[in-house]
Design a protein around this ligand. Structure first.
Ligand SMILES: [Cu+2]
Length: 158
């Protein structure tokens, strides 16, 4: 009887512990640093564009989704070469963010794709992005609109 009680108490202690961790996610340990957010101007007549930024998670995490009030949808994409063509695919599982590592979303690599953009984006505009993570609290950033300084030659389309 007393053994059963001990097990119950132990599991209660575990529950309390994990709740404590969830509550601490707003602190430094659970945050993701975002820098250099940039979206390309929308090409004439098109409602899609790519956005780039740099993420550094304090603890192992995952960028699971992105949204923007100026786009119907946003997706996390990877770019990869297939039969000498640069193809894009949605990262349906999100983008892994290993603790302490700088993860760059950049032209020719992983990027955020805005779809069904409501108004044409031009240089000097600002795009609000909300980044949602598996563990860390969501982060809102204002991405500048402009051409990336470094453009992968094979990926000039976006
Ligand atoms: Cu894309």
């Amino acid at each position: 009887m007393s053994r059963a009680l001990t097990i119950v108490l132990a599991s209660l202690a575990l529950t309390a512990c994990s709740q404590g961790e969830a509550a601490r996610q707003g602190d430094a340990a659970g945050t993701v640093q975002v820098s250099g957010a940039l979206c390309r101007p929308t090409p004439v007549g098109r409602q899609t564009t790519g956005c780039y930024l740099t993420l550094t998670a304090a603890a192992d995490d995952r960028l699971v989704s992105v949204s923007s009030s100026i786009a119907g949808r946003a997706q996390v994409h990877e770019s990869r070469m297939e039969s000498n063509m640069m193809m894009m695919h949605e990262l349906k599982e999100g983008l892994p963010l290993p603790a302490g590592q700088t993860v760059e979303l950049k032209p020719g690599g992983n990027h955020i794709m805005l779809l069904a953009v409501t108004e044409p984006l031009k240089a000097g505009d600002t795009v609000p992005l909300t980044l949602t993570f598996a563990s860390a609290a969501p982060v809102e950033v204002a991405a500048a609109v402009g051409q990336p300084a470094l453009t992968d030659s094979g990926h000039a389309a976006h």
